[in-house]
Design a binder for this molecule. Structure first.
Ligand SMILES: O=C(O)C(=O)C[C@]1(C(=O)O)C=C[C@@H](O)C=C1
Length: 362
């Protein structure tokens, strides 16, 4: 087939795609109206994940040429446009623009919704609480740094809930105005520089590594100082008009978890996790007693994080964050919470959300 004939065929397929996408959009509009009438959530992460998995299965069953990553990215944008049709959706994130959290938020919600950068975790919490945005995105755990305590502590004092969770593979890029040979200095956040030092040493053996207070500041240096580069996200490179010169090798990528903060938990999907805060008196065997309650109700504890209780100068209190398999509306979890409370512990549900089975990456 000639080039011209092939392009004619592509044009015909694109016409069909446009017709089908608009047919889909009309159905989404109907769903949006039903949701508004019934007071339901517009964004349904459980439904989205199910749909994406089904589409990827369909693609591999048809032995399609497109990768799973490509299918997800295409349908991410289709669903982002759908969300924007149903409601003018607004998302706040821990900034500045170009931060990891911004990158993650765009990857999750797509380019058709609007974003608001917040300078602090408090800012994201208050923006969601005052209904200035629909959801907030915050980091909660990093595979090398551990839990993000700031986010966990804020959840305890807030009525807001974890609505969804995102697993993210952090791939750092080196960005600059010039090319690899011109890079004499690389700026980066101290944590990022520490993580990337081994491969930076191999790819840029003659460059001096300089710590900067934030990745955003590093990108600003790279933008204005010739011969310098910065470590950061691909999004930051785009925002600062810099070229991506290298990406961290897969073996140096780290994992991070982010939460989508909402004003309530999502409905059960049959495949959920729940974050609980359990507050008990600090004594020998306190954690064991708590865990025994879960074991006796056959409830799986996926993760535990121990935190000091603010204002407890005597150290008599212990606070645990537990991630549990299941939704807090399920009977087994309700009974577990009842048993813990009867035992004298204080329990707070910080949110139930679909278990993310997929590590997102750009
Ligand atoms: O199924 C729904 O509830 C929809 O609103 C449709 C749709 C989609 O585009 O498929 C859009 C947004 C939701 O987050 C999930 C799915």
């Amino acid at each position: 087939m000639s080039l011209e004939d092939t392009r004619i065929k592509i044009d015909a397929i694109d016409q069909q795609l446009i017709r089908l996408l608009n047919e889909r959009a009309e159905l989404v509009h109907v769903i949006g109206e039903i949701k508004k009438k019934d007071g339901l959530d517009i964004y349904v992460p459980g439904r989205e994940e199910k749909l994406l998995r089904k589409l990827c299965e369909l693609n591999s069953a048809q032995q399609g040429l497109l990768t799973e990553k490509a299918i997800r990215a295409i349908f991410r944008e289709i669903m982002s446009a759908a969300l924007a049709l149903e409601n003018s959706m607004k998302i706040s994130f821990l900034g500045p623009a170009g931060s990891w959290t911004h990158q993650v938020a765009i990857n999750k919600f797509g380019n058709s919704v609007s974003y608001v950068a917040e300078a602090s975790t408090e800012g994201v919490f208050s923006r969601v609480a005052c209904q200035g945005v629909d959801y907030g995105v915050l980091p909660i755990e990093h595979s090398t740094e551990g839990a993000v305590h700031h986010t966990l502590d804020h959840l305890v004092d807030s009525e807001l809930q974890i609505y969804a969770e995102i697993l993210w593979k952090v791939e750092t890029v080196v960005m600059a105005k010039g090319d690899v040979a011109s890079v004499k200095v690389i700026y980066g956040h101290p944590q990022m520089l520490a993580q990337c030092r081994p491969w930076l040493g191999q790819c840029y053996p003659h460059a001096t590594l300089i710590e900067s207070a934030s990745s955003s500041l590093a990108a600003t240096h790279a933008e204005s100082e010739p011969g310098t580069a910065a470590l950061g996200t691909p999004l930051s490179a785009e925002l600062h008009g810099l070229r991506v010169l290298s990406t961290s090798p897969r073996e140096h990528a780290t994992r991070a978890r982010f939460i989508i903060l909402g004003r309530r938990s999502g409905a059960p999907t049959g495949h959920d996790n729940t974050m609980l805060m359990v507050h008990a008196r600090d004594r020998v065997g306190a954690l064991l007693e708590v865990l025994q309650v879960f074991a006796s109700r056959n409830v799986n504890v996926r993760q535990i994080e121990n935190r000091p209780v603010p204002g407890d100068l005597t150290g008599e209190q212990a606070r645990f964050f537990l991630e549990i398999s299941g939704h807090h509306e399920e009977t087994s979890l309700q009974e577990t919470i009842h048993d813990l409370t009867a035992q004298g512990a204080k329990v707070k549900v910080l949110g139930s959300y679909p278990a993310p089975g997929w590590v997102e990456e750009r």
